[in-house]
Design a protein around this ligand. Sequence first.
Ligand SMILES: Cc1cc2nc3c(=O)[nH]c(=O)nc-3n(C[C@H](O)[C@H](O)[C@H](O)COP(=O)(O)OP(=O)(O)OC[C@H]3O[C@@H](n4cnc5c(N)ncnc54)[C@H](O)[C@@H]3O)c2cc1C
Length: 480
Amino acid sequence: MQKFDYDVAVLGGGSAGYAAARTAAGAGLKTAVIEGGEEAGGLCILRGCMPTKALLYAAEVMHLAGHAGPWGIRAENVSFDFEKVMARKNALIKGFADYRRQQLAGGKFKFVRANARFLDAHTVKLTPHPSFGHPLPAKRGEGRGEGGSQLITAKNFIITTGSVVAPPPLPQLRETGYITSDDALTLTRLPESLIVLGGGAIACEFAQFFARFGVKVTLLQRSEHILKEFDPDAAVEIEKVFRREDIEIFTNTKLIDTKRDGGLKTVSFQHEGRTVSVSAGEILFALGRVPNTASLGLDQAGVITERGRIVANELMQTSAPHIYTAGDCTGPHEIVHLTVQQGEIAAHNVAQPGRPRKMDYRLLISVVFTEPQVAFVGLTEKEAKARDISYLTASYPFNDHGKSLIMEAKDGFVKLLADPKSGEILGGACVGPMGGELIHEIVTAMAKRMTVHELAAMPHYHPTLAEIWTYPAEELAGQI
Ligand SMILES: Cc1cc2nc3c(=O)[nH]c(=O)nc-3n(C[C@H](O)[C@H](O)[C@H](O)COP(=O)(O)OP(=O)(O)OC[C@H]3O[C@@H](n4cnc5c(N)ncnc54)[C@H](O)[C@@H]3O)c2cc1C
C-alpha cells in the first residue's frame, strides 16, 4: 500500500475549500488546505458577495435619503463622502477576512500558503506566492522540489480553485483599458461616466451602485434582456427601474470596437441594424468569469475539463475517481451557498464512499441585490417551457399591497409556479423590496414540498411584505 502525506489535500481555501476541509477534518481525515492567493479569504469575502453588498446597501441609503419627499420628509442637498463609503466597506471586509483566516489557520487541518500544481495523480508541487517572501518549511515525509518548492502527496484531492475574470472578447479592449469588479471595489474616486459591459447580476448591481452615486451609466447587453437567467417579466421590471434612474440600456448588442481618445473611452456596437458608439470616462468589464484551472496541470492527474470547467458527477467526483471538486472551478452556478454545499458533499464522499451524498439543484436560489431585488427559487417559466414541464402560474404586484405601499416600494411582483394536478410549489420569483429575504419563504415551502393550498392556509402577520405570497397561492389553490 502506497503511503501518502495526507488523506485529502484541498486545493484552494475559498468558500468551497474551507467547507471541504472542515468537513474532511471533522470526519477524522488527515487534511491539508493549500491556498495560493496573495490574500487568503476567498472571493466571496474579499472581492465578491460581501464588499459588493456593503456598497449596494450604502447606495440604497443614499437613494432613500435623496427620495424622502413622499413621506413628507425634507432631506435637501443629500451628499456623500466616497472615501468614507469605501472605508466602511473595507473595515467590514477586514473583519470578515480576519475571521476566515483565523478559521483557516486554527482549523483541525494543515493550512499551507502556496500554489499547487499536479505532477501526477497523487502528487502536487507547491510554489509559494512571491509576496509571501519565505520558502515553504521543510517537513518530514514531504519531499523537496526545485527552487524551494515542496511536493506533497495525498490519497484524495478536492479541487476548489475558483474562477478568474473572463478574457476580453475584443483584443483592443486591453489597449483601451477597462476596470473589472475587483478594480471597482478599490476605486478611490468615482468616474464621471461609465460603460458597463454585460447584463448579469454583477453588471446590474454595479450599474445601479454607480448610478446612485451620480455616475452617468450606460449598460450594454448582448441578449434581448438583462439578467437573462431570470424570466423576462423580472428583467423588464429592472430595465424599467434602471431607465427611471437614468441608466441607459442597450440590449441585443454586438460589440464591434473600442478605442481611447484622451480621457474618453469609446465602445462601438451593433444595435437594431446600425452601428452605435458611446463614450465614457471608464469601462467596467462585467462579461463573466471563467474557471481558474489553466495552471493546475490537470492532465497530469487525469482530470477532464470542458472549456476550463472541471467535469464532475453529482457526487462532485471528477474523471479521476480519487479527485473531487467544488465551487466556481466546476460550476454550474457561481453561488456561494452552493459552493459550500458542494465542498461539504465532496469531503463527505471522500470520507464515506459507502454512504454517498449527491448534489441536488431542485432548490436552486438566485438573488440579484439591485433595488428592487430580484430573486427566484426552483423552476422559472423559461426553464419549465424548455423542459416541457406543465405548470400553472399566478403573480401579484407590489403596487397593490399594503406594506409595500407604506414603504413606497411599488416596483415588482411575486410569482408562483405550481404543479397543475397536485398543487405542489415548483418555483417562486420575487422582484421587489427585500426580494432576497422574501424568497426564503418559498425555499422553505419547497424544501418541505408544500402545496399552494398549504401556503395559502399558513398564517401571515399583517401588514408584512411576506403576506403578499398568499395572493398568488390563493389564486392557484382556487384553480387546482
Ligand atoms: C463581484 C461579485 C459578487 C458576487 N456576489 C455574490 C452574491 O451576492 N451571492 C453569491 O452567492 N455569490 C456571489 N458571487 C459569487 C461567489 O463569490 C463565488 O461563487 C464564490 O466565492 C466561489 O467560491 P470558491 O471557493 O469556488 O472560489 P474562491 O473563493 O475564488 O476560492 C478559490 C481559492 O483558490 C485559490 N487558488 C487558486 N488557484 C490555486 C492553486 N493553484 N493553488 C492553491 N490555491 C489556489 C485562490 O487564491 C482562492 O482563494 C459574487 C462574485 C463576484 C465576483
